[in-house]
Design a protein around this ligand. Structure first.
Ligand SMILES: [Zn+2]
Length: 234
């Protein structure tokens, strides 16, 4: 073999080794990313950190309230917040569980959206903390479709009042792409859509006092967002 041919062969072999090493390292990085978003420990840690940041920034009234973050599986729901039955029955102070769908990050929920929906979940805890147990018991027993709409939309309003409107819009846009047509209808009925949130922001800029009224009786449609305090269309 001539010196020239040997050089070409060596160069080719070196090139192949480099390509192999590069693709190996890419595959490893990619695998680690996929593994990380699915890893329960990593995920719980990430959600806990966000919960504590949002609580410190926006909900000082529930400072120190025990909130345990857990994972759950569902094809349509991504967050659930409840007080624990044991703390309701046996403890002076309530304890809470914030459950998060284990596919949340794997399905690409944006960080800003997750922060906003956690602000919504923490607003539920603020509500539970401000009610007497007997009322909470009635709340659990009497929960109806109608009540759910009022309860969830009023909670959305609290998150909006705390500055999470844009994130909440982003969460709903993401959520609408994850659920079936039937579930989408339910989500749109129970919570504010991005269009409704935009209309709410506009109305509140003109009439900030509406917020207090809406927290008691939240608008159920774009049309209702347009009504003034006396129920008349603007
Ligand atoms: Zn809620």
């Amino acid at each position: 073999m001539s010196g020239q041919r040997l050089k070409i062969r060596l160069a080719r072999q070196t090139l192949w080794v480099c390509v192999a090493l590069l693709s190996f390292s890419f595959a490893e990085t990619y695998a680690r990313t996929i593994e990380d978003v699915d890893d329960p420990g990593v995920m719980l840690e990430r959600v806990r950190r966000i919960v504590e940041e949002i609580r410190a920034a926006s909900y000082p009234e529930i400072k120190g309230v025990p909130i345990e973050v857990k994972l759950f599986d569902s094809s349509s729901d991504y967050f659930q917040t409840r007080f624990t039955g044991a703390s309701f029955l046996f403890r002076k102070n309530l304890r809470y569980t914030l459950r998060v769908n284990r596919k949340l990050f794997a399905r690409g929920a944006p960080e800003e959206a997750v922060r906003a929906i956690i602000a919504h979940e923490l607003a539920h805890i603020v509500y539970f903390e401000s009610r007497r147990r007997l009322r909470l018991l009635c709340l659990v027993r009497l929960a109806s479709k109608d009540f759910t709409v009022r309860f969830e939309r009023s909670t959305d309003l609290q998150a909006i009042a705390n500055g999470y409107a844009e994130g909440l819009k982003s969460y709903r846009q993401w959520l609408y792409r994850q659920v079936t047509v039937k579930k989408l209808e339910e989500k749109k009925r129970n919570y504010f859509s991005p269009e409704e949130i935009d209309a709410i922001l506009l109305r509140l800029r003109e009439e900030p006092d509406l917020l207090r009224l809406w927290r008691k009786t939240p608008p159920r449609s774009l049309q209702e967002v347009g009504r003034n305090a006396k129920g008349k269309l603007q």
